[in-house]
Design a protein around this ligand. Sequence first.
Ligand SMILES: NC(=O)c1ccc[n+]([C@@H]2O[C@H](COP(=O)([O-])OP(=O)(O)OC[C@H]3O[C@@H](n4cnc5c(N)ncnc54)[C@H](OP(=O)(O)O)[C@@H]3O)[C@@H](O)[C@H]2O)c1
Length: 334
Amino acid sequence: MTLKVGLIGAGGFGTIHLLGYVRNPNCKLVAIASRTEEHARKAAERFGIPKIYGGVDSWKKMIENEELDVISICTPNYLHALTVLKAIDKNLHILCEKPIAISHKELNEIESKLKNKKLIFFTSFQKRYNPIFPLIKKVIDEMVLGKIILVRYYFSHYGPYKSWKPLSKEKWFFDSKKAGGGVLLDLGVHCIDVLRYLIGEYDKVNGINYNTSCINMSNEDNCNVLFRFKNDALGLISVSWCNEPSETIEVFGSKGYLKIDLGKKHSVSYGPRTIKRNELIKKIINYKRSGDIAQYRLIDHFINCIAEDKQESPNFEDGKRAVEFVLEAYSLKE
Ligand SMILES: NC(=O)c1ccc[n+]([C@@H]2O[C@H](COP(=O)([O-])OP(=O)(O)OC[C@H]3O[C@@H](n4cnc5c(N)ncnc54)[C@H](OP(=O)(O)O)[C@@H]3O)[C@@H](O)[C@H]2O)c1
């Protein structure tokens, strides 16, 4: 089986998708579209892609003209839903970058178009592929920590253009029309996705506070969100584009807790001391980060789901629930 893949957005994360597709033996990159033709050309040369499309309508032209099986959408956020809708019309399998949309209207449009379509839709939530999360999930599901009462997810870096290198000269991340939101929409969607995977569905967002403290933009560059899961556990997500890169998850249950640095060190604190006897906790404590790139695992999983005609997570619903979480939090801004 060889799937013909087209990619839109030859930018920073688009390049990571391209690296993922070229190493998958069941894919052939056949076309690339980018706003700046030169960027599409450079990527095409590097990855041996025969067809290039340049310009603001390049994404439309590529979808209309090419006979594709798969599309990867790596454009600025405001173009995700438009591109997804067009790709659904052409019955393409879709891998869409997060956030998959920036409004309820867009989410509803995608949802109704996807109904009765037999295509595979993946949301690019590659953090789920960190092998430490299935271990944490097993600890939670096997009640090693008792009933889960509280979880906190802290995620920060110095923002796009400092800690992360988007390639487009548009600087769209700080343009509220093109980005659709600030740091919560950018990083918060990953946090809520991982927490939904670990703990279960969220119920309600209870509060938000935020400010804009280090970037010249109208949206938030620091943000805290308080919420509650359906199983009554409390949640806190704290994200920042103004702080040193760090990512930590803390899970508190009725019988114990885990605090895990998901960054380079993977240092773990836990309590009470006796839970160290549990084999899963031992694995978490001794876990060593692998060199694997999570996005490659996600792409392999996506392609495998297409080959086996099965829809698994992270799917449209996961992408949708994450955007809905952010929109609910934004609706509470004064
Ligand atoms: N999953 C993750 O952890 C993760 C990490 C980073 C980014 N992302 C997501 O990936 C997406 C892209 O982010 P990025 O950091 O890669 O930004 P970027 O480097 O600025 O890339 C965006 C790309 O989209 C292209 N583009 C803009 N308008 C277009 C149009 N009308 N038609 C075709 N192409 C167009 C740009 O073209 P030119 O450069 O040719 O002008 C650029 O190559 C965002 O949605 C972001 O949230 C996800």
